[in-house]
Design a binder for this molecule. Structure first.
Ligand code: FES
Length: 264
């Protein structure tokens, strides 16, 4: 661990210098993090990769997390120089369609963690003047709008909202997007989202009668991270209408928004 700092009340940014063997991650992928030397997989926590680069012989992995329970409280107490065990990169990442000109990112709360990584990757891929990246970022209050600086740096335009109106428009991020949706051409636009499940559900409602494609990174509790414990099962609906249960860690965490139904 080379950094672990509280950047907003209850939100931490941790940087780790991983071994050079750590494979290059793609935006949307995650790692399972646990104390080095602890073998119990149930003590690991899934965290989205927020940033990644290589420096000399190290793979530098940045994670952004919110303290929500015992595992993340423990992570918050980790100090510079401590060792953690990382398993990853895991999961299916966002699929980037470079042919589409407009890329819209919808981030709710800590959902910004993988999406900031995606925004930077999109910025590398899309030549200036040949496309645009717009983000809609929402949080409960101004002081919990984390990762915004990365969004503003990577995106051509960033729209901000908070539940209490302390920064940007007052209200949910989904309504901010809904108000602008008519201004985008569904044939040329693709959306990427991550946030709490009610946000994902509402986004599904808003886009249901449109033809905008949208991928969503599902936030789910995980224990093993590799499809072994079935602790991260959700129901998804196939195109034909049949539903089935899938492991978020193995078949996700990124899914087509319209296939995601509900938590198990
Ligand atoms: Fe164990 Fe997904 S976390 S199956």
């Amino acid at each position: 661990v080379t950094a672990n700092r509280e950047i907003a009340p209850g939100f931490f940014r941790m940087t780790l210098a991983a071994a050079p063997e750590f494979a290059n991650p793609a935006p949307g992928q995650f790692v399972m993090v646990r104390d080095a030397g602890v073998r119990d997989p149930l003590l690991a926590r899934p965290l989205s990769i927020h940033a990644f680069f290589r420096q000399r012989t190290e793979a530098v992995v940045t994670l952004l997390y919110r303290v929500v329970g015992r595992g993340t409280s423990k992570l918050a107490r980790v100090r510079i120089g401590d060792a953690l065990q990382l398993l990853g990169p895991l999961g299916r990442p966002f699929a980037i369609d470079p042919v589409r000109k407009t890329h819209i990112i919808v981030a709710g709360g800590i959902g910004v963690a993988p999406l900031a990584f995606l925004a930077r990757r999109l910025r590398q891929i899309i030549p200036p003047g040949e496309g645009t990246i717009v983000s809609y970022c929402g949080a409960s209050r101004a002081d919990t709008l984390v990762g915004l600086e990365h969004m503003e740096e990577a995106c051509f335009r960033t729209e901000i909202c908070t539940d209490d109106g302390t920064r940007g428009t007052r209200g949910p991020v989904t309504e901010l997007l809904a108000a602008d949706l008519d201004g985008y051409d569904p044939r040329d636009t693709t959306l990427y989202a991550c946030g709490p499940f009610p946000m994902v559900e509402r986004l599904g409602e808003i886009l249901r009668t449109t033809s905008f494609p949208c991928q969503v990174a599902v936030e789910e509790r995980m224990a093993c991270g590799v499809g072994a414990c079935l602790g991260c099962t959700i129901e998804v609906k196939e195109n034909g209408g049949a539903s089935r249960y899938v492991s978020v860690c193995r078949e996700g965490p990124v899914f087509d928004l319209h296939t995601v139904l509900r938590r198990e």
